[in-house]
Design a protein around this ligand. Structure first.
Ligand code: 5GP
Length: 213
């Protein structure tokens, strides 16, 4: 049985390079009910990024205007750039039963907890080691040495926030991690309070018993 239900806000966070983007992309590719929340950012676009797909790349005045109008569900300054989640689409898609995947930092997660906790399931991804984290950042080869160093220093801050998440996993093997996050999402979908037509269904089952008597 597939009951009508409200979507899950699945938040995946980790220090840069722990593998959260790969996990998010793989989940998204294998599950047609998942949509990615496309953030706005003032950061420079990397060469392999597409505007509107990875981020909406905007300038600082545009960002400040959105933020000040209340168009962002949450926002934060990360690594010296602004990032934020546009509100409207998230609200529409959740009501339509779509699960939304958020790749946001701990500051954004804490803001979402304030207003959207019942909709949220949060997962924190740890790297197996700092050597591996550094290797992943360097393999990406998109960022300068200075940026990589900044991201490593930021990892220290981000790591201190793992206790704020519902689930924590160490990303040793991408496939296994994707499977684990997929299982977390599968259980979240079955939460009673998300299944909006459950009471009607149970009433119908009861009526069928009553009809037998
Ligand atoms: P990157 O520049 O590598 O794409 O992202 C840098 C950090 O910003 C990552 O930790 C990512 O999770 C975070 N981030 C991306 N979009 C948002 C957003 O909309 N809100 C918040 N709070 N963080 C974001």
């Amino acid at each position: 049985m597939d009951f009508a239900r409200r979507g899950v806000m699945l938040v995946i966070a980790s220090p840069s390079g722990a593998g959260k983007s790969s996990i998010s992309r793989a989940l998204f590719a294998q599950d047609p009910n998942i949509e990615l929340s496309v953030s706005v950012t003032t950061r420079q676009r990397r060469t392999d990024e597409v505007d509107g797909t990875h981020y909406h790349f905007i300038d600082v005045p545009e960002f400040e205007a959105m933020r000040d109008k209340g168009d962002l569900l949450e926002w934060a300054e990360v690594h010296g750039n602004y990032y934020g989640t546009p509100r409207k689409r998230v609200e529409e898609r959740l009501a339509a039963g779509k699960d939304i995947l958020f790749d946001i930092d701990y500051q954004g997660t804490l803001q979402l907890y304030d207003n959207s906790r019942p909709d949220m399931v949060t997962v924190f991804i740890l790297p197996p080691s700092i050597a591996e984290l550094r290797a992943r950042l360097e393999r990406r080869a998109q960022d300068s040495k200075e940026t990589i160093d900044k991201r490593l220093r930021n990892a220290l801050i981000e790591l201190g926030h793992h206790r704020e998440y519902d689930f924590v996993l160490v990303n040793e093997d991408l496939e296994q991690s994707v499977q684990m996050v997929g299982s977390i999402l599968a259980s979240a979908r079955l939460t009673r309070t998300r299944q909006t037509k459950l009471d009607e269904f149970v009433e119908d089952l009861k009526a069928q018993i009553a009809a037998l008597e």
